[in-house]
Design a protein around this ligand. Structure first.
Ligand code: FPP
Length: 233
């Protein structure tokens, strides 16, 4: 069992498709299938919280057809997978802004969250229209003149801004696929002490074996949180 919060930047769908002479949207469709495999593996492994970066605030700048395809895939994912999540007691939560999403997507989000609200297994968080910088600025604005705000209170404000239904806390392991090594405005506050795992494969190729490799990597890390190692460890 892993009492872990794992976050994943699912990069490389476009390149996966282009290398096969397919449109980028075909890569996202394959990427959504990969989501199923990784969610099931993570739940079976006993991971406490899994946060997937599905659509960043900056992704609105992609061509309209690609944005529309991603939004369709997200809605379809929620509509088809919520039942399976209930069977596995997975709680679904979409984090990020909602004011720029279509009504039908917001409706699907609210329905999935309501139907899985009492699930006590893994907490599956999908980041949509998410920007860590936006969340931090907005939480700071809400903190206002509160001189007593400490990092725990600030985290609560972030959860509020992000529509995080239950606190997921700090990220223990951040994974990025797609052979790039950057954070792309994802969970910047929560990743303060995250271990980082970068995979060279594209997201549709990551799957169960990729997640297992990342968890093995994590298990071999010694986490010191800025302190020194304890004697004997
Ligand atoms: C980044 O790859 C990936 C995205 C912007 C979208 C991620 C979406 C999915 C995996 C599918 C939908 C998600 C769910 C939860 C159903 P990229 O397109 O930037 O790849 P590239 O760097 O090769 O162009």
């Amino acid at each position: 069992m892993y009492n872990l919060h794992v976050a994943i930047i699912m990069d490389g769908n476009g390149r996966w498709a282009q290398r096969r002479g397919l449109p980028r949207t075909a890569g996202h469709i394959e990427g959504a299938k990969a989501v199923n495999e990784v969610v099931e593996t993570a739940a079976r492994a006993g991971i406490r919280a899994l946060t997937l970066y599905a659509f960043s605030a900056d992704n609105w700048g992609r061509p309209n057809t690609e944005v529309a395809a991603l939004m369709r895939l997200l809605r379809r994912y929620l509509m088809t997978e919520t039942g399976r999540c209930i069977e596995q007691s997975i709680r679904i939560n979409i984090i990020g802004r909602r004011d720029r999403l279509s009504q039908s997507l917001v409706h699907a989000i609210e329905q999935s969250e309501r139907l899985t609200a009492s699930c006590t297994g893994m907490h599956l968080r999908i980041a949509v229209d998410y920007s860590a910088q936006y969340s931090i600025v907005e939480a700071a604005r809400r903190a206002g003149a509160d001189l007593d705000v400490d990092s725990n209170r600030f985290q609560e404000l972030l959860d509020e801004v992000d529509h995080s239904a239950a606190p997921a806390g700090a990220v223990d392991l951040l994974i990025r696929t797609g052979a790039e090594k950057r954070l792309s405005d994802f969970l910047l506050w929560q990743c303060a002490y995250a271990e980082l795992f970068f995979a060279d494969c594209m997201w549709p190729e990551f799957g169960e074996s990729g997640l297992r490799a990342a968890l093995d990597y994590y298990a071999a890390r010694q986490r010191r949180f800025g302190k020194v190692a304890e004697a004997g460890s």
